[in-house]
Design a protein around this ligand. Structure first.
Ligand SMILES: [Zn+2]
Length: 298
């Protein structure tokens, strides 16, 4: 046995071990530096954290940025915020003996049941005949994380007016746009996608198909409180004219309302499946804020 080797080998193995550990440590550190890190969004009232890469992590991916639903991505579907229009002291419009607030609630509650049965998370701005002032509602919606808003209303007009229409707002109120721009990290002059228009298109098509009602199309209006003051994809669905005798009779039929509800749910799911094709807008979480002004409600 070489006496020299007895003395040298422990030192050799010690040096080898140190080298191996240093090498591993270097790559662990490098991996940490290179792995996606969370980016804190800055802006008025914004506290949301969005991961740097949509593929990186959890449920806080940018809206529409994680690939199609069911594609194996870690995208998490939004909560559907259903807003049955009016309620309590605010009866809404009246036609043929029907009070709008009663029928928006019926549709809203049935829609919640339908969407939950399909596996979606649902929240409602009201679940009973409660007074919830119009200008307080956007703050309720904005306080929730990752939502898509479906505001339910009925129309009134001349006796021969009929059909369904879906409203959205783009651009939204300047203060809402500023919050969206801040959250997206792009200049105010930058171009953001309008997810609400896509949602309106999908719902209008599906409701018309399901009910056979006259198709009045999608409409953009900058001063609708629910769609212009909410920072999420938002639509307002006019489910028919209470002032139209034939349509008011249909609305009282459970079978027709079921078609209406299924149409809205189908349209929402169509949008959900395809929204990844729309450039991403981060969904932001903001505390309720005071709003003012006299926006239209419908
Ligand atoms: Zn209304």
């Amino acid at each position: 046995m070489d006496t020299n080797s007895l003395a040298v080998r422990p030192i050799f193995y010690l040096r080898l071990g140190v080298a191996v550990l240093s090498f591993i440590g270097f790559w662990v550190c490098l991996a940490r530096v290179e792995s996606p890190t969370a980016v804190s969004l800055k802006g008025p009232g914004l506290s949301r954290v969005v991961p740097a890469s949509p593929a990186s992590a959890d449920s806080t991916v940018p809206e529409g940025g994680g690939g199609p639903a069911g594609s194996g991505s870690q995208e998490v579907d939004p909560v559907v915020m259903i807003d049955p229009g009016h309620g309590g002291l605010d009866g809404g419009t009246v036609g043929n003996g029907l009070l709008e607030k009663d029928w928006t609630l019926k549709i809203g509650l049935a829609l919640a049941v339908e969407l939950r049965a399909r596996g979606h998370q649902v929240a409602l701005t009201r679940e009973a005949d409660e007074t919830l002032p119009l200008m307080d509602r956007p703050a309720v919606v904005n306080a929730a994380a990752r939502v898509a808003l479906l505001s339910i209303h009925f129309n009134a007009g001349t006796a021969d007016a009929s059909g369904v229409e879906t409203w959205y707002s783009w651009p939204k109120k300047p203060e809402t746009m500023a919050r969206l721009h801040d959250a997206a990290g792009v200049p105010v002059a930058g171009v953001l996608p309008d997810d609400g228009q896509q949602l309106a298109l999908a719902i209008q098509a599906a409701v018309q198909s399901s009910t056979g009602a006259r198709d009045r199309g999608i409409k953009n209006r900058e001063d609708l409180a629910m769609t212009s003051r909410t920072i999420c994809p938002a639509v307002l669905i006019e489910c028919g004219f209470l002032s139209n005798a034939a349509e008011s009779r249909k609305i009282q039929e459970a079978g027709y309302r079921k078609k209406m509800v299924q149409g809205i749910a189908n349209g929402y799911e169509d949008w959900l499946k395809n929204r990844w094709t729309v450039p991403a807008v981060p969904v932001v979480v903001a505390p309720p804020s005071a709003v003012s002004g006299a926006d239209a409600e419908h």
